[in-house]
Design a protein around this ligand. Structure first.
Ligand code: HEC
Length: 713
């Protein structure tokens, strides 16, 4: 829907009235977090508030504010910043309500600031046991809080759902939403649905069974729960899970099944449905997970349940019998789109798999599924059946490898996208990447709740051969861009290539500005209609999170949390509290604050130059070490020993100079308090040594490749 100018102007008038009421000492005192259904539904009449992570129930991340516009955005400047005391990835969107700005940081900590001045009002640390980091597949991150009737809600990494007093940060109640003996984690934003708080979990690389639960917001009492995969036969079940069981073979419940709903959950008041997407099955290799085949419902599916009861309404499995870690938990969004001459109430998603889906929100009928990024696993999506038309070469076995794109990182992962009803465009961070797959030999597959149980390897002689074939893409991460996608027409309208690889969330405003950070150390503003770059500011850090915007006393502010992985190229550490310069940055027109420039240091034995010792191992050690690394270490330290998140790149570690230094960290857990738990008991000494030689060998290869590249004219 394209909002008319007249309606827009009316909204602004009501907004001004609402602001005046608050300024005149209305009911919303500072830190009241006084969000309820009526206020959230009327969010457009209060555009200066960003009261939930996606701003509105439809999660469009579109702000009606126009104080910062295309003419004056060049004058945007830093007004205050807050140093964050955890490194690792910072993924939360600032929530701003009743004058207070709330963020979460890595390790599920919460900070509350005066939104105008940056004065820190309170902070809360749930004291998550750092050993939980060992089963957090994709870093110990958190994507933000929910606000409701005086309370701030947080999903903690260790599976707790915690309600805090919005004014003091004191715990009001806390429930354990998972079996703490199982490798579950939570990194997701809790969503408020009719006085309930809804939360899922993660862990589908380990041994988990996915589910989504609603709790009474006042008390923490469980209201409903929806399991995403069937239990073992004989256990009590629901009609839809009974039917789903027929799509599985073998004792799949022994691994849990996976299909965790770890990111998006959206409540649609219009249809009274709650939508969420589910993750991969467990293990990734379908032959291990469900020998003899089957679609394995409800893995890799988008599911709609009744908001009051949590009962099944509709589902669409995007990737039947998924073999490639193709989660479809990625951000879901509701909108009214004009398609084929009529306005449709739709649900949209740009999942990992490279096709942009548009459904009728009420019925789940697939309207379109056009390709938004290079994908070789399927040629198209059949609109009649909803099934992908697969490329047979993408399937792999123990003997046959495949080279697949997008890779498990996805063409689009959790990084929030935004939609402007004015331009009709979705603003989407896209990444191009690929990986090799081969199934692990049966005798090598041993389930361990503390390690990845994907049943696959990403490095082998067969995979290397595929990459050496003519026409093969360069291995790994290729490039990233900000894409403007027309969801009604199913096509790209413009794109802006990023200088460095890496996605970051987006936000769009009614003055047609898209805000988006990047991995070159910048936060930038683009023209929403053309993609022209209008403004940028240095962040001294990589950015993955999405920004938000709000007003205080009529002044528009833009806030973004930065920090992920290491530092951008050429950047030094300036935050004494975190190695990746994690910070909350807040801007307004005419802001004159600046970030510190003096370098500081902190603990770590990571060097900045790729300078490994000479390789002294054997070929056998490298081959065995490569397999063990992929199974046990790659989830955190990145595939092929190259870091892909805020965890040190082991190729740069000085521990490579001595096997005993290495084992002090790897086997004995000398860095356990920093998230590198002891691996004694999970791997043997010989296995640790094999990984050591593999990393040295890989580092030497990569160093040689770097030198060869530098020598080229
Ligand atoms: C759950 C995530 C996780 C897994 C899995 C993991 N690590 Fe780590 N590792 C970390 C973190 C976090 C650090 C950084 C600790 C710090 O800040 O000192 C680290 C640090 C290290 C370091 C020290 C780097 C330096 O500072 O010089 C080495 C070596 C290392 N890991 C090796 C391994 C090996 C080998 C494996 C597999 C057997 C592995 N890690 C598995 C999270 C992980």
């Amino acid at each position: 829907m394209h909002r008319s100018w007249v309606a827009g102007a009316a909204t602004m008038l009501i907004a001004a009235a609402a602001l005046a009421a608050t300024a005149a000492g209305g009911p919303q005192v500072r830190g009241a977090a006084a969000v309820d259904t009526a206020r959230q539904l009327a969010a457009d009449q209060e555009p200066g508030t960003w009261m939930s992570s996606g701003r509105t129930y439809d999660e469009q991340r579109y702000s009606p504010l126009t104080g910062i516009n295309r003419d004056n955005v060049g004058r945007l400047g830093l007004v205050w910043y807050g140093d964050v005391d955890t490194e690792r990835g910072q993924e939360s969107t600032p929530v701003v309500v009743d004058g207070v700005l709330y963020i979460t940081t890595a390790w599920s900590m919460v900070k509350a600031y005066d939104a105008a001045t940056g004065e820190k009002l309170w902070e809360y640390d749930p004291q998550v046991d750092r050993a939980v980091g060992q089963v957090a597949c994709c870093d110990v991150v958190n994507r933000g809080v929910a606000a409701w009737k005086g309370k701030i809600y947080l999903g903690a990494l260790d599976g707790r759902l915690i309600a805090l007093d919005g004014r003091t940060g004191k715990v009001v109640w806390s429930v354990q939403t998972t079996d703490p003996t199982q490798p579950y984690t939570i990194t997701q934003v809790p969503r408020m649905v009719k006085g309930m708080v809804v939360i899922g979990n993660a862990g589908a690389e380990y041994t988990c069974r996915g589910y989504v639960t609603a709790y009474e917001a006042e008390t923490g009492k469980q209201a409903w729960r929806f399991y995403t995969v069937p239990d073992e036969p004989g256990k009590p079940t629901t009609p839809e899970l009974e039917a789903a069981r027929k799509t599985w073979n073998g004792p799949f419940w022994k691994f849990g099944g996976g299909a965790t709903a770890w990111d998006s959950i959206v409540y649609d008041p219009r249809t009274n449905l709650v939508f969420f997407g589910t993750g991969n099955g467990l293990s990734w290799a379908p032959d291990i997970r469900s020998p003899g085949g089957g679609d394995n419902l409800f893995t890799a599916s988008v599911i709609a349940v009744n908001a009051d009861t949590g009962r099944y309404v509709w589902h669409h499995q995007l990737v039947p019998s998924d073999a490639w870690d193709y989660d479809v938990t990625n951000p879901l969004m509701i909108a009214d789109l004009k398609i084929g001459g009529r306005v449709r109430h739709v649900l949209m998603q740009a999942p990992k798999i490279g096709f942009f889906y548009v459904w009728d929100a009420r019925t789940g009928k697939l309207i379109s599924a056009e390709q938004f990024a290079p994908a070789n696993w399927a040629t198209k999506i059949d609109l009649k059946t909803g099934r992908p038309v697969e490329n047979p070469a993408a399937r792999y076995t123990v003997d046959k490898a495949s080279l697949v794109y997008p890779a498990p990182l996805g063409a689009h992962n959790w990084h929030p996208m935004s939609y402007s009803p004015r331009t009709g465009l979705v603003y989407l961070p896209v990444t191009e990447n690929n990986t090799g797959f081969q199934q692990l030999a049966a005798d090598k597959f041993k389930v361990n709740a503390r390690t990845y149980n994907t049943g696959t390897i990403s490095g082998s002689a067969e995979i290397t051969k595929l990459y050496e074939a003519p026409g093969a893409p360069p291995r790994g991460n290729v490039k990233s861009y900000l894409q403007a996608w027309d969801p009604a027409a199913g096509k790209e309208v413009w794109r802006v290539d990023q200088k460095d690889f890496g996605p970051a969330g987006t936000m769009v405003t009614a003055s047609d500005i898209v805000f988006n950070g990047n991995w070159s150390g910048e936060f930038a503003a683009y023209d929403a209609r053309t993609g022209a770059k209008l403004w940028s500011a240095p962040t001294q850090a990589n950015v993955v999170a999405a920004p938000s915007t709000y007003t205080i006393a009529g002044q528009q502010y833009v806030a973004v949390l930065v920090g992920a992985r290491g530092l951008p190229k050429g950047q030094v550490r300036t935050n004494p509290l975190s190695a990746n310069n994690s910070r909350l940055l807040v801007y307004k027109l005419g802001g004159t604050a600046s970030l510190p420039t003096a370098a500081t240091s902190g603990p770590s034995t990571i060097t900045t130059k790729l300078d490994p010792p000479l390789f002294t191992g054997t070929n056998e050690q490298v081959i065995d070490g490569q397999g063990s690394y992929a199974r046990v270490c790659a989830g955190c330290h990145g595939p092929n020993a190259a870091a892909d998140k805020s965890i040190p790149d082991v190729r740069y570690s000085t521990t490579l100079r001595s096997i005993s230094d290495w084992n002090t960290v790897v086997m004995d857990g000398s860095r356990a308090s920093r998230g590198m738990a002891a691996f004694r008991g999970i791997i043997g000494r010989e296995e640790s040594e094999n990984i050591f030689h593999y990393v040295i060998s890989q580092a030497n290869k990569d160093k040689a490749a770097e030198q060869a590249k530098a020598a080229r004219p």
